[in-house]
Ligand binder design. Structure first.
Ligand code: NAD
Length: 454
């Protein structure tokens, strides 16, 4: 059992802290946001993440929550940095939160061997930069006692519990003393000999994660290269989808045929409104700016970003094609979170839809199964009305945009919903309606030329 402190209790920090407690470690979660810490001390999770609330309750005796660096750092064998690294306007990540965390950690180190782990997604070279910050702030006699490791995170919001307990791989970058401690920390995960929670049992086909040990720099690069590839894959599917519409092919059939090639696979080939969230846009931009700093163009990544932003335009063009004037029209937006099973609103396509529709004079009625309370704070500057249900949002609407593929939207009786609309125009920007030809409405999907309605 090790003492661990996790700095930053957002989506990644909470997933990490609670997973490590499940492995048997004693964990302190630290955040400068006192509201989050108060909630956690009351036993409430400040984010929506399926199953994580149950795991929080089950491991409560191994978890402590605080905003106080002086009590959280000195006793820790391993200190994780999980603070945000949002994009600056020029595409580079804002490292201000990492720097602040590193300085506060440095001020409270104890002179014994402590390992500081960068789990935040940080530009290549940040591990060395954090080492410098710590060396500058600590007693030179103790310099060989603090080690900085890169251990990038690959969990997905919405499936964070199983992603963190049953990962494909654990990437560890750093030097050997530090990596030995990381192997000790993750031993129950590496050998899969921890008690799995009842609500998230080990999948039958799962064995153990690959452990990939690298230099600091390679570990930092692995995270960016992986995210950029996934973003690229989605943009590729969207580019093919656009051509499908023009030549009369159907993207679902095309992806099905392509994905059975074991070298390609079916995942991350869904055509639609494109990616959103806190990672893909930020990480592709960061990689491009790193390339620029080193005089190296990355045109594939730039194309992936451009295609992704074009998808949002395409959705609105499809709407305008049918409604023509938007002023005075009532448009329902179904789904606000950037993807299903999360309340994360960062870079969600729905944000752009709401903003651009209201700028054009439309009234927007929005619904999301879980993200509406968060939107009340984070999107307070947008003018839209909330609907208590998808049915209520759609009633009397001139059109609806399905912007997030929540399973409850897939299960709706779209024919009945269309009847409740003023004009039954459905822009299915996530291709969730499985049988569009049976619905008496004008339906637009992505990557398919649907026949005219009856
Ligand atoms: P987040 O914004 O949800 O959480 C960051 C937390 O850090 C916030 O609670 C904030 O209050 C806290 N914080 C900021 N400065 C602090 C400081 N100096 N001391 C203590 N706490 C501080 O962010 P996130 O989504 O958890 O992402 C964290 C990092 O992980 C980012 O670099 C991101 O790119 C990376 N990542 C995210 C995901 C994901 O799915 N969200 C997946 C993999 C990697």
């Amino acid at each position: 059992m090790l003492n661990v402190t996790v700095v930053g209790t957002g989506y990644v920090g909470l997933g990490t802290a609670i997973m490590l407690a499940q492995l048997g470690h004693q964990v302190t979660g630290l955040d400068v946001d006192a509201r989050k810490i108060d909630q956690l001390n009351l036993g409430h999770l400040p984010i929506y993440e399926p199953g994580l609330d149950v795991m929080l309750a089950e491991n409560a005796e191994r978890l402590t929550w605080t905003s106080d660096y002086t009590s959280a750092i000195p006793h820790a064998d391993v200190i994780f940095i999980c603070v945000g690294t949002p994009s600056l306007p020029d595409g580079r990540p804002n490292l201000g939160y990492v720097e602040s965390a590193a300085r506060h950690i440095a001020a409270n180190l104890n002179g014994k061997v402590q390992v500081i782990v960068n789990k935040s997604t940080v530009p290549i070279g940040t591990g060395d930069w954090v080492t410098r910050i710590i060396e500058d702030a600590t007693d030179p006699q103790h310099h060989n006692r603090y080690f900085v490791v890169s251990n990038p995170e690959f969990l997905r919001e919405g499936t964070a519990v199983s992603d963190s307990l049953y990962p494909d791989r654990i990437v560890l970058g750093g030097d050997s003393v530090a990596l030995q401690r990381m192997r000790d920390l993750y031993a129950p995960l590496i050998h899969q000999n921890f008690t799995a929670p009842g609500h998230s049992p080990r999948p039958a086909e799962y064995t153990v994660p690959a452990v990939v040990e690298t230099t600091l720099t390679s570990a930092e690069m692995i995270k960016y290269a992986a995210n950029a590839f996934l973003a690229l894959k989605i943009s590729y599917a969207n580019e093919i989808a656009g051509l499908c519409e023009r030549v009369g092919a159907n993207i679902d059939e095309v992806v099905s045929g392509v994905g059975f090639d074991g070298r390609i696979g079916h995942r991350f080939l869904a055509a639609g409104a494109g990616w959103g969230g806190s990672c893909f846009g930020k990480d592709t931009s960061a990689l491009i700016t790193t390339g620029q700093e080193y005089g190296y163009d990355m045109p594939i990544l730039q194309a992936a970003i451009d295609i992704n932003s074009r998808q949002r335009d395409i959705v609105l063009e499809k709407l305008r094609k049918h409604l023509r004037l938007l002023k005075g029209k009532r448009v329902a937006v179904l789904g606000m979170a950037f993807k299903p099973n999360t309340d994360d609103l960062r870079d969600a396509p729905a944000h752009d839809f709401i903003q651009r529709l209201t700028q054009l004079g439309a009234t927007v009625i929005a619904h999301d199964p879980v993200a509406m309370p968060r939107a009340r704070h984070e999107w307070a500057y947008l003018s839209y009305q909330e609907a208590p249900s998808a049915h209520a949002a759609v009633r009397q609407a001139d059109a609806v945009i399905i912007s997030t593929e929540w399973s409850e939207y897939r299960a709706l009786d779209w024919d009945a919903l269309a009847l409740s609309m003023r004009t039954p125009i459905i822009i299915d920007a996530r291709n969730v309606i499985s049988d569009p030809l049976t619905v008496h409405a004008t339906i637009e999907q992505i990557g398919k030329e649907l026949p005219k309605p009856l």
